[in-house]
Design a protein around this ligand. Structure first.
Ligand SMILES: [Zn+2]
Length: 318
């Protein structure tokens, strides 16, 4: 435990933004982050989000080893369990104004005075196919439990691959993966999360009412990642821009049990696409169609996961 606390203190010292050179000369701060004091707040935010602030990456790695969640969206500090109780005393407790973040991260964001930065980011959108029909079939309480299982399975899949759950919107989950939280392999991490999510959701025992029919998509590009803050109040932490809208539209075209990965993301993730079906999809509002590869979760109950009337609506080119 002592060594863990030492590592947290070490990482936290390096993470502190706007530190002046004297702190950096103590030798406690990793070299790469030493000139932080000379960087503009915009540059510091960019470093933090792209993962080029090694202290932040260390902190996240350390925290991920401490049970138990839920965790701070930004630094992964756990809020629950004995670990959470200890960390609360070190300033990493859940921030009252925004339960998704710890107090330390909120302070960081406020100190920088910058809301975010344009960085390469990978998005995973996953939603339940035919949820209206499922809602009709189940009692309201059963449906609530069904959605709950979906939330749990999807957030576990996203967190296990070092992503952050951006938000749940009705029957949809959005996962974010970028350098600052997922490391350089953020595209591969998102694909891995998507596959694991679909495999788990497609299991016959995923819920007491059977599998969850989920369609998902992964796409990557440069987007604005940051907080939507009003004055000092950090109200949310999210991604905005064309890759976000494109991923949403791709996901809406995935049938149950299917993960559509844009060729751009598949290439960046190093996915072997040779045996995969390729499709060209029109994304509403985009001038250029998007080329995707379709992954189906094999060995899982593809048939059972497909809702009646959920036939593919896109033209296929094998
Ligand atoms: Zn935090």
């Amino acid at each position: 435990m002592l060594s863990l606390l030492g590592r947290i203190a070490f990482a936290r010292a390096g993470r502190a933004v706007g530190r002046t050179p004297p702190d950096c000369r103590t030798g406690l701060v990793p070299l790469e982050s030493a000139p932080m004091g000379k960087h503009t707040p915009e540059e510091q935010m960019h470093q933090l989000l792209t993962g080029h602030n090694p202290a932040s990456a260390t902190l996240r790695r350390v925290f991920r080893r401490v049970p138990s969640g839920p965790n701070c969206k930004m630094c992964a500090a756990p809020f629950g369990g004995p670990g959470g109780a200890v960390l609360r005393h070190l300033g990493f407790g859940r921030y009252a104004g925004n339960p998704s973040f710890c107090g330390w991260c909120i302070k960081d964001l406020q100190k920088m005075g910058v809301q975010g930065a344009e960085i390469p980011v990978t998005l995973l959108f996953a939603d339940i196919r035919g949820s209206t029909a499922i809602g009709e079939r189940l009692s309201p309480t059963e449906f609530r439990g069904f959605l709950d299982r979906f939330y749990r399975i999807s957030s576990q899949a996203v967190l296990a691959s070092d992503g952050i759950v951006d938000k749940f919107v009705g029957d949809e989950v959005i996962g974010l993966f970028f350098g600052g939280v997922s490391g350089e392999r953020h595209v591969a991490a998102a694909v891995e999360a998507g596959r694991s999510l679909l495999a788990r959701a497609g299991r016959p025992d995923a819920t007491p009412n059977g599998p969850i029919p989920v369609g998902a998509a992964v796409h990557t590009g440069v987007a604005f990642v940051g907080s939507t803050a009003t004055g000092d109040v950090v109200s949310d932490f999210t991604a905005l821009g064309d890759p976000v809208n494109t991923t949403a539209r791709l996901a809406s075209q995935a049938v149950a049990g299917e993960l559509l990965v844009s060729v751009q993301a598949a290439t960046a993730a190093g996915v072997d696409t040779s045996g995969l079906e390729r499709r060209t999809l029109e994304a509403r509002g985009r001038t250029e169609p998007v080329e995707v590869v379709a992954m189906r979760m094999s060995g899982e109950p593809g048939e059972a996961a497909t809702e009646p009337g959920e036939a593919p609506t896109t033209s296929r080119s094998a």
